[in-house]
Structures are given as structure tokens and as C-alpha cells.
Design a protein around this ligand. Structure first.
Ligand code: NAD
Length: 502
């Protein structure tokens, strides 16, 4: 019998990193090399219940911790993330595949939320109305809910966990996080840094697993709210199951984002933006642009789109100058290849075929290069389904109105972008387009944490988005206090059996 030298990923329960007693493990694999980096446990029910129990116990004191003390932990935490950003990015690239600069961006977009959490004192403010009736004041308290939980996807293993637990904890809740089982290593490093920053034992717990862990979170009576980011099928399941159990739920889900290019757009800038958004992170972003609608004369830009796509460098994420790294797994590679085959079969024109690229030094990597289809119609699988790979579908439209109608007819509502030099067209677009996040000459309009992530329609369930101001509402219960004080011996009127406040 050989003893494995691969490290086991720990659970974080009650402030301690503990080895799981499970018999079910999964390998965490480097997508560029197939090297097994670690083994992740599928936690037992006992371990997951212990994590929730620890969070429930910790809530008793954490909810009473002064807001300034909570904020100072996040001031320290942002400093630690900043100091460790290179190491975090290296872990992320190893397990997820994206390029090192993009991995740093992943961490950085999460760091921005941590900075925001450090200003919780200005965010968790109630309202007060003075003298709403004779001598009566009304004010609101925004009080934490208790134990909250988060379930995250593989594609942003730093940013998305950081969308969740910092704001949940800053508002006075305790948290149980279940990262993606495909790439949990950077998330664990971030959890360790949170402990180092002063997050007390039990306030943040991390469990690992898949379906059973997700269902336990949805069902556990001591969990009050669930934040989910991932695919539409799983998010819908989580939303239904969690809300049926009386929990709050917010689910950010799948996408099929379109760009519209008007003929007056700045051509080179637009092509660069389109290719960055279609092929960056190998197309594995929920805000990627996998569909471009070329309007009128912009249809003549296809050869340049193809030509420039050919120049992108496909290589391991650790190699300098890489534009497109490997996709996360063999299963993802097979799924994407299957979609490309279906596009050909269903009659689209394969203008650029990224399958089976030569990547010297990385013969085992899950590589697929930029792939472009033209002649795509809305009945094809490559248009209707989320491919989540570096595949760009080109659609043509005669008019701007036709392009807008096409996007509004698609069920997804995550993001969109318009490329134009016309202010009037841009304003018309922002008013008429039925999508949650709109970019005007901005290809990936993910809002900074002064705002909240705002996907809509089939891309989101639940009213309130992650981070920003909305999440303060999500993670707190509004309590309205109406009060009146009397001077000594003061009596106002007599017994009053009507409902009025006078
Ligand atoms: P996924 O839905 O497969 O996994 C998300 C989480 O759900 C993981 O933690 C996973 O362990 C769990 N899970 C997977 N299958 C499950 C099942 N059958 N039952 C219960 N739980 C299950 O998503 P993914 O592949 O990790 O991530 C990619 C998806 O996430 C894409 O659809 C992408 O658009 C979406 N996404 C959306 C946003 C957004 O903000 N809207 C952001 C990032 C990613």
C-alpha cells in the first residue's frame, strides 16, 4: 500500500482546521497538467452539523460585538489579503487554470468587498423619524439574522466567497461556507487569513462537499439565510428548497450575455473588448460575452474578429503572456467540444476552431482555444445554452431595434454591453434593455461594491443582490421601534380604543 503525499484539505470548524473523518474524497487537479494538488473531503453530516452548531453558539457573542470592533477586523483582513495577493493568485491559478494576472484580479475584486465591509459602520444604519405622532418617534434597527450560509462556484474561487462571508459577518451574523469542490484551496487560504485577521472561532466555518452539503444547508433549521452563486439548475433547486424551509435566499445563476455592436463604434477598441470578454478566463465567467450581435455595416468586422482571435496565446496560466488558459476540468473540455460539434451539426459556420490546440510543455492540459461561429440562429444549442467556454457566437441584425428585441427575448438577464459612439443610442439601450447589468463600451460591467451585483430574470432568484447596500438588507432583519416617553406624572388623554397614534 502506498501512502499518498497529496495534502488533505481541512474543514474549518469552531476556529480549528480539522481533518475530515469521511471516506469520500475527491482530487483537486491542476487543469494545465493534471497534477493532483490536494484531496478535498465530502464532509460527514456530523461534521457539517458541528459547523452549524459552532456558528450558532458564536452568534450569541458576535451579534453583541460593537460595530467598530467588527469593522477593524476587516481593516486588518484587507491588509492581509493585499500582502498575500501573489500567493493567493498562485494557488488559484494552480487549481483553477486562469492566468496569474486574471487570478490576481479575482482576488482583487473580492478584496474590494472586504474594504467595503470595513466601512460597515456607515452601511448598517437605521432610519429615524422624529415626532411621527405627539411625542412619538419611530426608528429602525438592522439586526443580524443568525447563522447564514454560502455556496460558491468554481469560476471565481476567491471573489465569490468574498462577496459573501465578509458582509455577512460584518453585519453581525456568523457563517458556514461551502466552496466549490473543484477548487477549494484558495478559499481555504482566505479563510485562514480571516482567522489571522481576528475573526473569532465559530464566526466563520468552512465545510466541503457536493449535493449532500448543499441540501443540508438548505434544510438545516438553524441556518437563516443562504447565498448561492452557480448554475441555473442548481440555483433554482437551492432557492426552492431553502425558501420552502423558511429561509431567505439569494441565487445568482447562469447567463448568456450578448454584446451589440453598432457600426459607429470605435472599431479596434470594440474588437479588443469583445475578445477579452469572450475568451478571457477561457470563457468561464458569468459575465463573459459569448454572443455578439453585429448591426448593419458592423457585420463586415467578422474577418478582423477572427484574425485577432488567432493571435491570442493559449498556454498554462502560470506562463507569462498567456491570454487563454485551460478550462477547469476534462469534463468541461468534453462539454465544450460537444457544443462545438452540435453547432456544426445544426448548421452554424465554424469560422475558427479552437479544439485540440498545440500547447508545448503542457500536453495533458484541458486546452481549447478561441472558437468562433457565424451564421448562428436562436434555435441552435450553441445559442440557447450556456457553453461556459471560449466559444463566441456571431449573430447579425439589420437594425438596433432588432438586436434589442433579440436580447430581450432571451430568458437570461445577467449582463450585456453596447458598443457605440452615440449617446442617444446608449441612452435608448439602457432604458429598453431588460438585463440587470448594462455596459456602455464596458464589456464586463460587474459593479464595484458601492453598488450591488444586479443580474435579473432567469439569471437570478431573490430580490436582493450580493455585496453593496442590498446585501446589508439581505443579511439583516429590520426591526421598527415606535416609542414615546412621558415626563413624570404626565398623562395624555384617557383610555383610547381606536388605532390612531396621537
Ligand atoms: P454549479 O452550479 O455546478 O456549482 C455551484 C455550487 O453548487 C458548487 O458549490 C457545487 O458543489 C454545488 N452543486 C453542484 N451540483 C449540485 C447539485 N446537483 N445539487 C446541489 N449542489 C450542487 O456551478 P459551477 O459549474 O461551479 O459554476 C459555473 C456556473 O456558475 C455558470 O452557470 C455561471 O454562469 C454561474 N455563475 C454565476 C454567477 C453570477 O453572479 N450570476 C457568477 C459566477 C458563476
Amino acid at each position: 500500500m502506498t501512502v499518498s503525499s497529496v495534502p488533505n484539505i481541512k474543514l474549518l470548524i469552531d476556529g480549528k482546521l480539522v481533518e475530515s473523518r469521511t471516506t469520500q474524497w475527491r482530487d483537486v487537479v491542476n487543469p494545465a497538467t493534471q497534477e493532483v494538488l490536494a484531496r478535498v473531503p465530502f464532509a460527514t453530516a456530523e461534521e457539517m452539523n458541528a459547523a452549524v452548531a459552532s456558528a450558532k453558539q458564536a452568534f450569541k457573542t458576535w451579534r453583541k460585538t460593537p460595530i467598530g470592533a467588527r469593522a477593524r477586523i476587516f481593516l486588518k483582513y484587507q491588509q492581509l489579503i493585499r500582502e498575500n495577493i501573489k500567493d493567493l493568485a498562485a494557488i488559484l491559478t494552480a487549481e483553477q487554470g486562469k492566468t496569474l494576472p486574471d487570478a490576481e484580479g479575482d482576488v482583487f475584486r473580492g478584496l474590494e468587498v472586504v474594504e467595503h465591509a470595513a466601512s460597515i459602520g456607515n452601511l448598517q444604519l437605521g432610519e429615524l423619524a422624529n415626532n411621527v405622532a405627539g411625542g412619538v418617534d419611530t426608528f429602525t434597527l438592522l439586526q443580524p439574522l443568525g447563522v447564514c450560509a454560502g455556496i460558491t462556484p468554481f469560476n471565481f474561487p476567491a471573489m465569490i466567497p468574498l462577496w459573501m462571508f465578509p458582509m455577512a459577518i460584518a453585519t453581525g451574523n456568523t457563517f458556514v461556507l461551502k466552496p466549490s469542490e473543484q477548487d477549494p484551496m484558495v478559499t481555504m487560504r482566505l479563510a485562514e487569513l480571516a482567522l489571522q485577521a481576528g475573526v473569532p472561532a465559530g464566526v466563520l466555518n468552512v465545510i466541503h462537499g457536493g449535493v449532500e452539503a448543499v441540501n443540508l444547508i438548505c434544510d438545516h433549521p438553524d441556518i437563516k439565510a443562504v447565498s448561492f452563486v452557480g448554475s441555473t439548475a442548481v440555483g433554482t433547486h437551492v432557492y426552492n428548497r431553502a425558501t420552502q424551509n423558511g429561509k431567505r435566499a439569494q441565487c445568482m445563476m447562469g447567463a448568456k450575455n450578448h454584446a451589440i455592436v453598432l457600426p459607429d463604434a470605435n472599431k479596434q477598441q470594440t474588437i479588443n473588448s469583445l475578445l477579452g470578454a469572450a475568451f478571457g478566463a477561457a470563457g468561464q465567467r458569468c459575465m463573459a460575452l459569448p454572443v455578439v450581435v453585429l448591426v448593419g455595416e458592423a457585420q463586415s468586422w467578422v474577418p478582423e474578429l477572427i484574425e485577432k482571435s488567432r493571435s491570442l496565446s493559449i498556454n498554462a496560466g502560470v506562463e507569462a503572456g498567456t491570454d487563454v488558459g485551460p478550462v477547469v476540468s476534462r469534463a468541461a473540455l468534453d462539454r465544450i467540444s460537444g457544443y462545438i460539434a452540435s453547432g456544426i451539426e445544426q448548421g452554424a459556420t465554424l469560422e475558427l476552431d479552437g479544439r485540440n490546440p498545440e500547447v508545448p510543455g503542457y500536453p495533458q492540459g484541458n486546452f481549447i482555444g478561441p472558437t468562433i461561429f457565424s451564421g448562428v440562429t436562436t434555435d441552435m444549442s450553441i445559442y440557447r445554452e450556456e457553453i461556459f467556454g471560449p466559444v463566441l457566437c456571431v449573430i447579425t441584425a439589420d437594425t438596433f431595434a432588432e438586436a434589442i428585441a433579440l436580447i430581450n427575448a432571451n430568458p437570461n438577464g445577467n449582463g450585456t454591453a453596447l458598443f457605440t459612439r452615440s449617446g442617444a443610442a446608449a441612452r435608448h439601450f439602457q432604458e429598453e434593455i431588460d438585463i440587470g447589468q448594462v455596459g456602455i463600451n464596458v464589456p464586463i460591467p460587474v459593479p464595484v461594491p458601492l453598488f450591488s451585483f444586479s443580474g435579473s430574470r432567469a439569471s437570478k432568484l431573490g430580490d436582493l443582490g450580493p455585496y453593496g447596500k442590498q446585501v446589508v438588507q439581505f443579511y439583516t432583519q429590520t426591526k421598527t421601534v415606535t416609542e414615546r416617553w412621558f415626563d413624570e406624572d404626565e398623562v395624555v388623554g384617557s383610555v383610547n380604543t381606536t388605532i390612531t397614534l396621537k
